[in-house]
Design a protein around this ligand. Structure first.
Ligand code: SF4
Ligand code: SF4
Ligand code: FES
Length: 242
């Protein structure tokens, strides 16, 4: 195995190009380590984003050899057997510069999908008791660990075809809250995700699920939203809360 990695890194905005670098190969090296080496030792103008380095903040996602990944938890040995790496910004998001994408659109879709918890109790009330074994709690728990990395969003062809589509992360969040029995906005949320750019636009390609680094299953969440929105329509209780 060569002691050097051959790394091509995207430079510039949407009309940019790949720039080659050589980076020393090290044991247990992550893709984020490689990008950081380039920025610290070879070209300080390289723009990229990270924060926690331990898979919690969701800020370090990039495309690595064409596949969207969280780079702080992606070991070079797993993705660059032949010593070649190509690192690019996430797809389906505007490129600000180099490896940094503009996340505004991604998070504004969480807002459109009513991805914020709406409390039904005040601090003066007793805390709600939600049984860990209840079906709704388990549905909510299944999607709650999302770190907002946009890997799934970058992997989704429907987002590419229809940039208005809310996408797997926002819909996964909506399903989590639809199942949160403490939340008071179920009807509004179902209405928000039922339109043309909502859950029914998903083609069930599973690409989001295959790529999610947290092993979440947005496809299942979206299927739940499809059932819930259809059920709400059929009962014609105009989007009424249960
Ligand atoms: S399952 Fe739906 S949201 Fe996920 S990648 Fe496929 S089309 Fe996109
Ligand atoms: S669902 Fe998974 S891939 Fe998508 S933003 Fe959340 S953690 Fe990232
Ligand atoms: S740097 Fe926080 S998830 Fe990678």
């Amino acid at each position: 195995m060569s002691d050097l990695l051959e790394v091509r890194v995207w430079r510039g905005g949407a009309e940019g190009a790949f720039q080659p670098f050589q980076v020393p190969r090290r044991p247990s090296q992550t893709v984020l380590d490689v990008v950081t080496h380039i920025q610290r030792h070879l070209d300080p103008t390289l723009a990229y984003r990270f924060a926690c380095r331990v898979g919690m903040c969701g800020s370090c996602a990039m495309r690595v050899n064409g596949t969207p990944r969280w780079t702080c938890r992606t070991h070079v040995d797993k993705v660059a057997d032949d010593g070649h790496l190509e690192v690019a910004p996430l797809a389906n998001l505007p490129v600000i510069r180099d490896l940094v994408t503009d996340m505004e659109e991604f998070f504004s879709k969480w807002t459109r999908a009513k991805g914020r918890f709406v409390p039904t109790r005040t601090r003066a009330d007793e805390p709600a008791v939600v049984e860990p074994t209840s079906a709704k709690r388990q549905e909510a728990d299944a999607g709650i660990e999302c770190i907002g990395c946009a890997v799934c969003y970058s992997a989704c062809d429907v987002v590419t075809w229809n940039p208005d589509y809310l996408g797997p992360a926002a819909l996964n969040r909506a399903w989590t809250l639809v199942n949160d029995v403490r939340d008071g906005a179920r009807a509004d949320r179902l209405f928000a995700v039922a339109g043309d750019a909502g859950c029914h636009a998903c083609h069930t390609h599973m690409s989001c699920t295959e790529h999610c680094p947290k092993h979440l299953v947005p496809t299942k969440s979206i299927a739940g939203l499809k059932r819930a929105t259809t059920g709400a329509l059929l009962t014609l209780a105009p989007w009424s809360d249960e």
